[in-house]
Ligand binder design. Structure first.
Ligand code: UDP
Length: 321
């Protein structure tokens, strides 16, 4: 059975992807330092505790399992934290990327799926965002991911490497069978925080900004279900095995919802009001992000199945109740 090395497989998107890989007959090998991941999320293949900054550990896990591809999730992902501590972000995300690619080259692994972000587009001039639009990230986090993309492309020019770069829009939701929840520490994401506020297990939600140039003054985002993201990664691995091309694409739905629309959807789906207060804008938040999802549909045949807002909220609600 083919092994796939999943760095960061104990994290939110990584663990959902491991489940999807196993369902497709592949064996995910999670390589994770558990600094932000959870060992109890690793249930569909072996867990090797290790750090992407440790080249010896990377060599060892690749030599042991001989993966046919790497899916690289392991990274820090908080914009605010990246502003306060850029060195840590460039070291872990960008230097970590160099280490992963270097270990792949040393050990003859020629395919990588990389988790990048719509953050690399910065403040887009027009919506929806297609892959050909310029990337001008505005935070160290966004830049660390953008640099990773450039590094992958340079390495692929020089060596035998094929890649799929995914730029996620807003990952949300939880596994529908209840196998995996969303568990971030700290939790900063809108939907889990709003659900916790409605459940009474968290403080009232702060609505961060009321004066954005959007229809209702709150930020608009394109939310995609984590299980759909997982499916896209499996399709990417299969596609890389069959084709000779590399590709980069958005993963989103092509629909955006404002913060207020998300809150009223929670109230409708869960039948409970979301206690909320108004607060100042969060620095670095673009007013609106919306993907053009057509390339992933054309190239991978990827169409989200669980990403309607009600399903995202329902699965989050069930996993946090
Ligand atoms: N947001 C909010 N209150 C919160 C957290 C987030 O109003 O406590 C807003 C945030 O300003 C953004 C949207 O919800 O417009 C989505 O934020 P999230 O942190 O979930 O994802 P991001 O877009 O930052 O990746």
């Amino acid at each position: 059975m083919s092994h796939i090395l999943v760095t960061g497989g104990a994290g939110y998107i990584g663990s959902h992807t491991c489940k999807a890989l196993a369902a497709a007959g592949l064996t995910p090998v999670t390589f994770d330092n558990l600094s932000r991941g959870h060992s109890d999320f690793v249930r569909w293949g072996p867990l090797v505790e290790g750090d992407i900054l440790n080249t010896t550990a990377l060599d060892k896990v690749i030599k042991q399992f001989r993966p046919s591809a790497v899916i690289h999730f392991a990274a820090f992902a908080y914009v605010g934290e990246s502003v306060a501590d850029p060195i840590n972000y460039y070291r872990n995300n960008s230097c970590g990327m160099v280490n992963v690619l270097d270990a792949m080259l040393r050990n003859g692994v020629e395919q990588i799926v990389f988790s990048s972000s719509c953050t690399t587009y910065g403040l887009p001039d027009t919506l929806p965002i297609s892959e050909t639009m310029p990337q001008h990230p505005i935070s160290p986090y966004g830049r660390s991911k953008y640099f990773c993309e450039q590094i992958i492309k340079d390495v692929a020019q020089a060596h035998k490497l094929r890649f799929c770069i995914f730029r996620y829009f807003n990952a949300a939701g939880a596994d529908s069978s209840g196998d995996l929840p969303e568990r971030h520490d700290p939790e900063t994401h809108l939907i889990p925080l709003a659900v916790d506020a409605a459940l009474g297990s968290g403080p009232p939600l702060q609505i961060l900004g009321s004066d954005y140039p959007t229809a209702d003054g709150t930020c608009e985002r394109d939310y995609i279900h984590v299980s759909d993201l997982a499916t896209a990664h499996v399709k990417a691995v299969q596609h890389l095995q069959e084709s000779t091309n590399s590709f980069e694409m958005n993963l989103g739905t092509g629909r955006a919802y404002s913060v207020l629309q998300v809150l009223s959807a929670i109230e409708r789906v869960a039948g409970k009001a979301v206690p909320a207060t108004w607060a100042a804008r969060r620095p670095g938040d673009p007013p609106a992000l919306l993907s053009d999802p057509s390339l992933a549909q054309r190239q991978l045949g990827f169409v989200p199945q669980f990403s309607d807002l009600d399903t995202i909220i329902e699965t989050t609600w069930r996993s946090r109740r």
